[in-house]
Design a protein around this ligand. Structure first.
Ligand code: 5GP
Length: 195
């Protein structure tokens, strides 16, 4: 659904992080990862589906040989977390003694990461770290080592750049706040740490 279609259905999105700012920050993260993982055996593990665009752009900003892997994680129904995380692994994931960087679209409750972390740790990677594009600070259920954070945002429901609402909006080139039925729309900035 395009933004124009969203407006026609009464649902509205407002831009929170525009494409230029998003891409500039991803390039910065890529440079940081390039220097941190020089001489290492880096496996970028993309969390599907939301991490698809972030992983794609981030990986092209990393000037190192890397391996790309994927895992599907589901915990949301509509705009609410179900509290239960379902993981579907791509067969043949080999991370033993390798440097694994989990690439996530957004950390909200942190439940998805806890489940993934446990499953990956059991496979004895050399190192295990997390790179998330967005971080909803107030929601984190337990302290978790987030090595790279793109942007910290308020507790708003966001869509675009891989993030969906019932499979719509993923292909917006920016991050937007979703306003159901255009209700209560007082233009939140939503962004807590402009870099
Ligand atoms: P957590 O397990 O940290 O609560 O949630 C992680 C997953 O929930 C994310 O990978 C994402 O798929 C989904 N999620 C959390 N917050 C949002 C949000 O604001 N918008 C969208 N579209 N998905 C979200």
């Amino acid at each position: 659904m395009s933004e124009a279609q969203a407006v026609m259905t009464g649902n509205v999105t407002t831009v929170l992080i525009d494409e230029e700012r998003l891409q500039a920050r991803i390039r910065e993260l890529g440079h940081e990862i390039t220097s941190d993982y020089a001489e290492r055996d880096l496996v970028l593990l993309c969390l599907l589906k939301g991490g698809i665009y972030f992983t794609s752009d981030l990986s092209r900003s990393i000037d190192l040989p890397i391996t790309l892997e994927f895992v599907r994680a589901r915990s949301y129904a509509g705009t609410e977390s179900t509290g239960e995380v379902k993981l579907s692994w791509i067969d043949g994931l080999d991370i033993s003694n390798r440097d694994v960087l989990i690439v996530e679209d957004i950390v909200d409750t942190g439940l998805t990461l806890v489940e993934i972390w446990k499953a990956l740790e059991a496979q004895n990677p050399a190192t295990l770290d997390i790179c998330t594009l967005l971080y909803k600070e107030k929601h984190l259920a337990q302290p978790f080592p987030l090595r790279y954070i793109g942007f910290t945002i308020e507790d708003v429901f966001v869509v675009g750049y891989g993030l969906d609402l019932e499979e719509q909006y993923r292909n917006l080139p920016h991050i937007a706040v979703f306003h159901p039925d255009d209700a209560d729309r007082d233009e939140p900035t939503g962004l807590l740490n402009p870099p």
